[in-house]
Design a protein around this ligand. Structure first.
Ligand code: HEM
Length: 412
């Protein structure tokens, strides 16, 4: 699909939810135009309920929308501020200390050690649907692997997987009516979901203080950050960040991946013929193509010059990764899905800098294993019909996507 420039420059309003309900080609067309003609446009803030105003510093002043790869990379290198009420919105030195503790659990060596677990869960997930010949790929396949792995790493019991799944849907739903039905107070739904995860974590942390295991929760509760213990609310906020960041993103990458290989049979054939060889480039192309996280925000801690513009302390910039990932100055044929794309300096996990995605190795591993096992077990799997997309300016989400394949017997 090629971008279509149907809106004029002045009609593009990234703060209007209506923009995000437009067809994909039209949105891509708008970003293409912004990159070319207004790469750091200033936009008014979207309306948000007064009780949420505290989540956005200097609400009402608007923001700069960074749409070029180079500007996003430049902004990411700087230690600016913000996001979400946890590590991601902290700055040095506390951020660096917390990151050190948890990154031990997410480095490539550790991911290698949970490789067997990822293989096992992927196989188990496929077993649950293999005899049906079709399913809702997002809910029954793509969502399950990252959910079960991250819960496992944290030490959360299988009985609580669905609580985590439902709560993280609500937290990232941006008010999508499927997760927050009309007439429901979105803020209340959000707080209730966060509170559920909070309680789950508080209980688990208390338990792990006395009985530590090798899970991430034990590391968090039993480690001091330079002599300072993490507070209960820091641990809970971090947990919420992890389950939300780890679930929604990887789930969407896998779902976009199935959609992409269905629509690009030549690329599918390449990957399927050599899963081990193609994975090294194919997985990153899936992340570039799907760009599951559309943006992150930064607030300037001091005056700075960015892309030739003089910005002031307190100004906000929004880094549109989806746009950077289609930047024609960086990617040859950016609208071509190419599983052998190399080099592929995409910024789907963020650009290099202090907040670069902590789960990137884990996510890559999960995507690789999932596609390899699908190609082996249900080799003719493909998506059917149109994806049911999440209405969100933040997560490029797919809520449901039907798939079909020749049923296979499962040995029990
Ligand atoms: C395909 C899957 C994923 C995508 C596309 C993705 C994307 C991102 C992006 C764009 C950022 C922000 C980078 C920045 O602000 O510079 C981020 C940060 C983060 N991600 Fe991921 N992510 C994925 C998977 C995961 C997984 C599996 C986990 C954990 C289990 C995870 C945990 C985190 C954390 C903790 C941060 C904050 C890091 C910090 O502030 O230091 N992510 N991710």
């Amino acid at each position: 699909m090629e971008p279509r420039e149907l809106l004029t420059l002045d009609q593009i309003n990234l703060s209007d939810i209506e923009f995000w309900s437009r067809p994909w080609e039209e949105r891509e067309g708008a970003f293409q135009m912004l990159r070319r003609e207004r790469p750091m446009g200033h936009f008014e803030d979207p309306e948000i309920p007064p009780e949420m105003a505290f989540t956005v510093p200097n609400q009402g002043k608007g923001y700069y929308a960074l749409t070029r790869h180079a500007h996003i990379s430049e902004a990411s290198r700087q230690e600016m501020l913000e996001f979400f009420g946890s590590m991601i919105n902290m700055d040095n030195p506390r951020h660096a200390r917390l990151r050190r503790i948890v990154s031990a659990a997410f480095n490539p060596r550790m991911i290698k050690s949970i490789e067997d677990r990822i293989e096992f869960v992927a196989n188990d997930v496929i077993n649950r649907v293999a005899e049906q010949g079709g399913c809702d790929f997002v809910v029954e396949v793509a969502a399950r692997l990252p959910l079960e792995i991250i819960c496992d790493m944290m030490g959360i019991a299988a009985a609580d997987y669905n609580t985590v799944f439902n709560a993280s849907n609500v937290i990232l739903s941006s008010g999508d009516p499927e997760y927050i039905p009309e007439g429901t107070d979105a803020m209340l739904a959000f707080m209730t979901a966060a509170q559920q995860l909070n309680m789950l974590m508080t209980e688990l942390s208390d338990f792990r203080k006395g009985v530590p295991t090798d899970d991430v929760t034990s590391a968090l509760v039993n480690t001091n950050v330079d002599g300072e213990a993490l507070t209960a609310s820091e641990i809970a906020a971090f947990f919420i960040l992890l389950v939300v960041a780890g679930n929604e993103t990887t789930r969407n990458a896998i779902s976009h991946g199935l959609l992409a290989i269905t629509h690009h049979p030549d690329q599918r054939a390449l990957w399927q013929a050599d899963p081990a060889g193609i994975a090294a480039t194919g997985v990153d192309e899936v992340v570039r193509w799907g760009s599951p996280v559309i943006w992150m925000r930064r607030t300037l801690g001091e005056d700075a010059v960015l892309g030739g513009e003089e910005l002031k302390e307190g100004d906000r910039v929004i880094l549109f990764y989806n746009s950077g990932n289609r930047d024609e100055d960086v990617f040859e044929d950016p609208y071509t899905f190419d599983v052998r794309r190399n080099p592929n300096p995409h910024i789907g996990f963020g650009a290099a800098g202090p907040h670069f995605c902590l789960g990137a190795h884990l996510a890559r591993q999960e995507i690789d294993v999932m596609f390899r096992q699908l190609f082996e077990r249900v080799p003719d799997i493909e998506s059917v019909g149109e994806p049911d997309r999440l209405l969100s300016p933040f997560i490029n989400g797919i809520k449901h996507l039907d798939c079909k394949f020749t049923p296979v017997a499962v040995a029990r």
